[in-house]
Unconditional design. Structure first.
Lengths: 158, 211
């Protein structure tokens, strides 16, 4: 397993820990031949699909994946008062992008989902926005220029 | 065997289904969904070997990831806002569509639900073990549950991006601005980013940045 660091919100960490615990219990039950409990209730794992009656390979690879994440994570924390107006992990950034408005949350790679507005801190735009403050204009121009004007920054980390 | 024959017969329809993103851009003889799957599979195998991936799993994922489109059809981010008027449509394609948080969530859930129903319809007569495996692989791709799922999601879009560049070079469409805008927000895997950088050199070496 690679030892990449995973930046997680507290909420995501709790979800993954819960899932890991349930998966281990399920694997144990499966090994002893007991009936499978209804284990997957989180929003990320759909109970209708993941019955795991047949797919032990998937179960094991997911357990392995969760163990790697739980061994290599770092929690995304609220910034200090003086850093609240600077883009960092967990920031909700209101932007004007070449005249259009959009809002991104800067996440780690694991929680990134651009179609839901969650932009990875390792993507070129995520990387370029980090460290900037309200009013800054960030230009990403490889190879076509786009200007990201930062209109607001909020942190809503629980 | 009868159910397998029916299944493969349905899958064959992907060879005649053009990718919607190219249809709305008026691309002549656009690639089919099956053609996209072919190159995406090849790409994930070869690019995935640069990472410690389970290649068998990721290849199977590539092969099944768009099966749901047999019944659900192909979708693009422009679908919910695309004007019927041809001239206006062309104008729309010059900008990457931006949505509110609420709309992003609604569109994403709608697409997922539609595709899930379509996949279940396609798989319903297959042996339970096979049907279950395909569902798990698709779910992994959709949600990025394993590193294979996350990397294939990137490779799937990388293939799409490469095709967009190739059409642009040949037909001067689709417009490149929105594609680059999207790509720099989407790709975050080091292998994907290196690939994108090379694509920029190959396709844009003579292009000056937009004023």
């Amino acid at each position: 397993m690679d030892e990449k660091k995973f930046y997680l919100t507290k909420q995501k960490l709790a979800e993954l820990e819960k899932e890991h615990k349930k998966m281990l219990a399920f694997e144990k039950n499966k090994a002893t031949g007991e009936e499978a409990p209804k284990i997957f209730e989180s929003e990320d794992i759909n109970p209708e699909f993941i019955s795991f009656q047949e797919d032990m390979i998937f179960l094991r690879s997911r357990i392995k994946e969760l163990e790697n994440i739980l061994a290599n994570y770092e929690l995304i924390k609220n910034p200090t008062k003086e850093n609240k107006n600077i883009v960092n992990l967990g920031a909700k950034v209101l932007l004007e992008i070449d005249g259009q408005k959009d809002q991104f949350i800067i996440t780690g790679t694991l929680e990134a989902n651009p179609s839901l507005g969650k932009i990875s801190n390792e993507s070129p735009v995520g990387k370029a926005l980090m460290g900037h403050k309200i009013g800054d204009e960030v230009v990403v121009s490889s190879p076509i220029k786009t200007t990201y004007k930062i209109k607001n920054i909020k942190y809503e980390i629980s | 065997m009868k159910d397998l024959v029916n299944f493969f017969h349905q899958v064959g329809k992907l060879k005649d289904m053009p990718r919607r993103g190219w249809v709305i851009n008026d691309i002549k003889n656009p690639e089919s969904i099956a053609e996209h799957i072919f190159r995406a599979s090849l790409m994930v195998w070869i690019l995935g070997s640069k990472k410690k991936l389970n290649i068998e799993r990721v290849l199977k994922m590539a092969l099944i990831h768009d099966l749901c489109e047999i019944y659900a059809g192909d979708t693009t981010p422009y679908d919910s806002i695309l004007p019927k008027n041809h001239k206006k449509r062309k104008e729309f394609m010059k900008t990457w569509p931006r949505f509110s948080d609420k709309e992003k969530k609604r569109l994403s859930e709608k697409k997922h639900k539609k595709e899930k129903i379509a996949l279940e319809k396609l798989l319903k007569n297959l042996p339970r073990e096979l049907s279950s495996e395909i569902k798990h692989l698709w779910y992994d791709y959709e949600k990025g549950l394993t590193k294979e799922g996350r990397f294939f999601k990137q490779t799937d879009r990388l293939e799409n991006f490469l095709q967009a560049m190739e059409y642009w070079k040949k037909y001067k469409k689709p417009p490149q601005g929105p594609w680059w805008e999207w790509a720099r927000e989407f790709f975050d895997d080091p292998v994907s980013l290196e690939f994108v950088e090379e694509m920029a050199k190959k396709f844009h070496h003579k292009i000056k940045p937009r004023a």
